[in-house]
Design a protein around this ligand. Structure first.
Ligand SMILES: C[S@@+](CC[C@H](N)C(=O)[O-])C[C@H]1O[C@@H](n2cnc3c(N)ncnc32)[C@H](O)[C@@H]1O
Length: 416
């Protein structure tokens, strides 16, 4: 049993939940360290585990990660009475949106209840219109098409009821009723004045979306119906009631104290490139920077674009595939961030910047990286040893390959 606090957020590539003790133990033992900067915080698993022991500053380039870290480090004040009113408003909004597309929702429901030929559900999904494909000859989907016609990606919508998910991702990343539920929850969250409460509720919503999406684990692409088995798998995911799942998760968050402010000074959270973040905070010999940068050339902004979209809820312009000059299959938004750690030509330079900035300030530094990555472990070691006395720990891990069944063994290195 893990002795460190954990809280459910996202299924996340590179999450450190499996090696929390290897990271946290030496940090907690070192009493001269008062503050930990979780510089590439992701789901915030390390900051959350350490927050009972040290001051935490968190940072991540991705906006959704900033929101999650703010939520789990700082919580909010959200009374049970306010929560009841919140869910009443959500139920009403969801019912009103589902009524606007009732033929599509009723049809979807029939697929969920009756045993059907998978090809019929396949056709229904393929014909579902969206801003990426604003046409359909299926009369059962006409109501969705009417909404799609009122949305112009990249511009403020003219439609009265918020319907971003319904018009961008229905029968792609989520089912039709699920999109109505997500749009409803997001729009009622948007009406809450208190920022901390909005962040906790957005974290709840993202966490449920991450567990129920029609994907393997991330949002690079959605799953399609190709056989009876894939049809059953998708229907299983799309039957999940997002509102009910959010209610259960919020009860867990309440239990963990996230809905009752603890009166402590809030942890500072940043949404910056790591180098700008290091320039923004004062580092000294009582600070440890924990650096867990990306290992691979795929950017988190592509793998988790749907989460940024639910946070911003800005009806984003759509990205084109640079090779085919067609809209991207994964329905990505335009304007996604790219990280130097994901570029072969720049990653080692980024490590150099990280190590130089931390050592110039006299701060402690801990880096995690895996051995099958863009930069060789020996190159990081050489850079670090120019500036620090370095201790290296190797932890063997099994990784599933992006949702596929095969498992690979990876050595995870921790440089202290
Ligand atoms: C390996 S993950 C961190 C996982 C995290 N430790 C956890 O347990 O969830 C790497 C993170 O670095 C972030 N990132 C990538 N490039 C960045 C940059 N240049 N500056 C700050 N954060 C960056 C990504 O958004 C991602 O969340």
């Amino acid at each position: 049993m893990n002795q460190y606090n954990e809280i459910p957020t996202l299924q996340y590539m590179g999450s450190k939940t499996r090696i929390i003790s290897h990271i946290c133990e030496p940090i907690i033992k070192n009493k001269s360290i008062k503050t930990v900067v979780d510089l590439f915080a992701g789901t915030g698993s390390i900051g959350y585990a350490l927050k009972a022991h040290k001051n935490i500053i968190s940072n991540d380039l991705e906006y959704y990660a900033y929101i999650i870290n703010h939520a789990i480090l700082n919580g909010c004040d959200f009374s049970v009475t306010d929560e009841i009113s919140f869910w009443n408003a959500v139920e009403q909004q969801s019912a009103s949106l589902q009524a606007k597309v009732c033929t599509a929702v009723t049809t979807e429901n029939k697929f969920f209840i009756d045993t059907v030929d998978y090809k019929q559900y396949q056709l229904f999904c393929e014909k579902t219109p969206s801003v990426f494909m604003p046409q359909s000859d299926d009369p059962r989907l006409k109501e969705i098409l009417d909404l799609v016609d009122q949305v112009t990606p990249g511009k403020a919508p003219t439609v009265e009821t918020p319907c971003l998910f319904l018009t961008y991702y229905a029968n792609a990343y989520f089912g039709i009723a699920q999109c109505c539920q997500i749009d409803a929850i997001r729009s009622i969250i948007g009406q809450i004045e208190d920022e901390r409460t909005r962040y906790v509720l957005l974290t709840m919503l993202m966490s449920v979306m991450s567990a129920s999406a029609s994907t393997t684990t991330h949002f690079a692409q959605y799953l399609k119906v190709k056989s009876k088995a894939t049809c059953n798998n998708l229907i299983g995911k799309r039957k999940i009631n997002i509102i009910e799942s959010c209610k259960s998760l919020l009860a867990e968050y309440r239990q963990a104290g996230l809905c009752t402010a603890d009166g402590k000074a809030p942890s500072v959270c940043y949404n910056l490139d790591f180098s700008n973040c290091l320039d923004s905070i004062s580092l000294n010999n009582e600070t440890l920077v924990y650096a867990d940068p990306p290992y691979f050339k795929e950017h988190y902004s592509r793998y988790y674009h749907v989460l940024n979209t639910v946070c911003l809820y800005d009806y984003p312009a759509m990205a084109m595939n640079p090779q085919t000059h067609e809209l991207s299959i994964g329905r990505y938004k335009e304007d996604r961030s790219v990280s130097d750690f994901g570029k072969k030509a720049k990653a080692l330079g980024a490590f150099d910047t990280l190590i130089t900035k931390c050592s110039n300030a006299g701060a402690w530094l801990m880096i995690s990286y895996s051995d099958n990555s863009i930069v060789d472990i020996s190159d990081i070691q050489a850079l670090a040893e120019k500036r620090y006395d370095v201790l290296i720990e190797k932890v063997e891990l099994s990784h599933s390959k992006q949702g596929r069944s095969s498992i690979s063994k990876v050595d995870e290195y921790i440089f202290i």
